[in-house]
Write a protein that binds this ligand. Structure first.
Ligand SMILES: [Zn+2]
Length: 462
């Protein structure tokens, strides 16, 4: 007979996106995270397939954090009949209002593009969901506090602890009739500025642990020094410094580091333009949620200092403000989305400035295969932007140490700091090599009963 407390894996098994875990507790089903698949086409197609669980049977959904690969499927579930509450932390709720609407806009833009240029087999091409769907599902969100158990269904309680990954990010521990299961969500790095470190977890009988960097160490490179060298080198060229950056997390980290380098007189004070409405709104949310700040960031604001603002920061919210950047001269920093140069305002800056040798392009995040960012980074001579072949004479630099994910050493430290050992540990959210390597490492170093979770695997909780 099947246990009445179990987890079925419906995503982020053998890959890092599409996180969805169906938790069955007694007569009810719940969903932990509700992410879209991203990346290669066969993965993206899975977003269009009928889910292997019944959306209208789900009592409630509980989210670890706001990233789209953990939340971007929510509007689809709404369309398929899910009308229950969605529980998350307060900052995650704030971020979701930005991220889900943005995701819907991207879906709609893609469908419009396909219809205009007839690039889809489907006539007409439809978006996975619309802004209206996203707005409907946002109404179902309810916030829960960190470090306290909240009831999310009959007899089922959940306690979020801070994961240190992005604003609002949580690891979740569930309790059902005295039996427990925990989900790591995405775990952040130790000793990063602004936000607190990942906090120790009270692990239940079973743990689902991420393994994004389960086979790698980030190395000892200091992000601040790496950025200092790149900015000073770019300054000598006297041209624009273009930084394609992700709106959530990376932009705020950059602002913090640039301000610190200026304060320590390690770089000249240059004008910094944040040219992305979503990055601007997210920066405001980071400033609002001081309860997640680390001691240094708290001390800075207590002393009356401004956080996430450099000596000369300009936030370009409107299209006109963005266009005005085209006429500027001299060294200046432009931080603009998207982080992989696949869309957004960064495309205009790239088209204008890639052909000039005074320009510096600085990549600060992972560039997925087949993205424009990856092409530019790999040193191609030209790249297609707005149906135009743009020659590249700009200098291309990479700052590799700015990651929002713990590496394998940091993950092991985080597991060692946990209050108890689980009876079962299942590895999720990693490419196959990373997941296998991390499972072996956990078995070796912690002597836990650990294995890699498979898609659709059912894990009974003791
Ligand atoms: Zn994440």
């Amino acid at each position: 007979m099947k246990n009445d407390f179990r987890v079925t894996v419906y995503g982020a098994a053998g890959t890092v996106t599409g996180s969805k875990y169906l938790l069955t507790a007694g007569a009810h089903d719940y969903l932990i995270d509700c992410g879209v698949f991203q990346g290669k086409k066969d993965l993206r197609l899975r977003n269009w397939a009928k889910p292997k669980f019944k959306p209208d049977r789900i009592k409630s959904i509980i989210l670890t954090h706001a990233h789209i690969d953990h939340t971007g499927y929510l509007p689809v579930l709404y369309k398929l009949g899910f009308k229950g509450p969605i529980y998350c932390t307060e900052a995650t709720s704030d971020l979701l209002e930005l991220l889900l609407i943005d995701a819907a806009h991207l879906q709609e833009e893609e469908a419009n593009f396909a219809n205009k240029w007839k690039t889809s087999k489907h006539e007409p091409a439809k978006p996975l969901y619309t802004e209206a769907d996203a707005r409907h599902v946002l109404k179902q969100i309810k916030t829960i506090p960190f470090y306290e158990f909240s009831e999310v269904g009959p007899g089922l309680k959940v306690k979020p602890t801070f994961a240190g990954h992005i604003l609002g990010s949580a690891c979740l521990t569930f309790d059902y009739k005295g039996s427990g299961v925990s989900f790591s969500g995405d775990v952040g790095r130790y000793n990063q500025p602004i936000l607190n470190d990942p906090q120790p977890l009270e692990i239940g009988n079973c743990l689902f642990c991420e393994s994004t960097y389960g086979d790698r160490d980030h190395g000892q490179v200091d992000s601040l020094s790496e950025l200092e060298v790149v900015i000073n080198r770019a300054y000598q060229r006297r041209g624009p410094i273009l930084i394609p950056a992700f709106a959530v997390g990376r932009t705020q980290l950059l602002l913090y580091y640039i301000a610190q380098l200026e304060k320590e007189n390690r770089i000249p004070t240059l004008p910094v333009f944040v040219d992305s409405p979503m990055a601007i709104d997210t920066t405001a949310l980071y400033k609002k949620h001081r309860e997640e700040f680390d001691t240094e960031a708290l001390a800075l604001v207590k002393d009356g200092g401004v956080i996430l603002t450099t000596g000369k920061t300009y936030f370009c919210k409107t299209r006109d403000q963005s266009k005005q950047l085209n006429g500027l001269q001299g060294p200046r920093i432009i931080i603009s989305a998207s982080g992989m140069v696949n869309g957004g305002r960064i495309l205009h800056h790239m088209r204008n400035w890639l052909p000039h040798k005074q320009t510096t392009v600085v990549f600060v995040g992972y560039q997925a295969v087949e993205t424009r960012g990856q092409l530019i980074q790999s040193g191609v001579e030209s790249v297609k932007i707005f149906a135009e072949e743009v020659p590249i004479h700009a200098q291309v630099e990479t700052v590799s140490s700015l990651s929002a994910h713990a590496d394998r050493r940091e993950l092991i430290k985080w597991l060692k700091d946990a209050s108890t050992a689980p009876t079962t540990c299942k590895i999720i959210h990693g490419e196959p090599e990373a997941a296998d390597a991390f499972s072996a490492l956990v078995t070796e170093e912690l002597n836990w009963n650990c294995s890699v979770a498979q898609d659709e695997e059912v894990v009974e909780i003791a």
